[in-house]
Structure formats: structure tokens, C-alpha cells
Design a protein. Sequence first.
Length: 210
Amino acid sequence: MTDGFSVPGPAAGDPLAASVARLADLADKLGISHDEVFDVDLLSEASGVPADVVRALLDGRPAGETDLQARFLQRFDLLRRTRLKPNGRRYTQQEIADGAGMSRQQAGALINGDRRPTMEHCDAIQRFFKVHAGFLTADDSDALVGALHATEQSLLQDIVGESDPLERLLQDHGVRGIAWRAAQLPTDKHRDKVTEWLDLLLESVRPTDT
């Protein structure tokens, strides 16, 4: 158990467990609290997965899986509550309809669960709220993996720093992208090699005592 939940090992064929373990290891190396990098509320908002389900999945516990209609309604509601207008107010049903290119009646039927969404509906709503493709439809586990990847990428970017000369080198040669794709490699041995390489790079940019 670490900072409120256990960190599962990177089980073979389990992308979520691997993502959690990898991000926990990165947080430990940076001296960042697990509570900070695994903020349940922030991960819920980023992924669309309910907070209680996020916590269960992070803890390696089965959380069940809603059907597509229930998932769409839950995540659509989350978007309406968390993606607000600049003045802090929710978008109206008419504004959502206009922005998503549908009638107010269609938008209302989708919001109330009176009509099953098509992929076109989902794509239009996702574009309106400026969230990634699949936000409204991805399985809970897959959606949480995406949010964890975004957190990991943000930490890696913070480590290197845009003003550091090495950042330009990494961008030119795509090293960060290669390290990112390493998460998809088939064995721990392959991933360990990339991690070792990345550690060497990070060590080279840490400030030294004078």
C-alpha cells in the first residue's frame, strides 16, 4: 500500500498495471508524492471515469464496466460539469447543440438518455468540449491509461525543461517519442533498457553541486 492505494506490479498483458507501476517509479525518482501524481479527482476529470472507479482500478481491484449508453451519459454529464464557459457557467443545451452541429431536440434527447448516441454524435460532442477522441466511449481501464500517460508525459517534459539545450536535441532526434513508445514494448527487459537510457539522459541534465 502506497499513499492510500497499492501499486500493482506491471503484469504481463495489463497496460493499466504497467502504467501505474511506471508512473509510481517515475514519481519516486523525482521525489513526488504518489498522492500528487495519482490524484483521483484530477484523473477522473481527465479520463471521464468516476472517481470511485478510478480508485478501485488504481488499487488493482475490479470495478465492473458499464454499458456504452451508461458510460456515454456519465461522461457527457462530467463534461457538462467540468468543462465550463470562460465565465464559469455551464454550456446551455442550445450552445452544445449549436457547437456540435445538431438540433436542440437531439442534444436534449442525448443528455436525458432518450436517444442512443451514434459515433457521429460522440465525435461532435468531443470536438465541442475539446477532449480527445474516445473520451465518451473508451472502456474505463483504457481511459484511465490515457490519463496516466498524459501525467507521465507532463512529468517527463518538466524534467527536461523547454529552455535546456538537451531539450532541443531530444526534439530533433525524437528520443522522448521513442521512450514514450517503449511502454508498448512486449517485455520488461525491453522496457528496462529504455528506462536505463532515459535515466542516463536525466542524470546528465540535473544540476551539479558547485
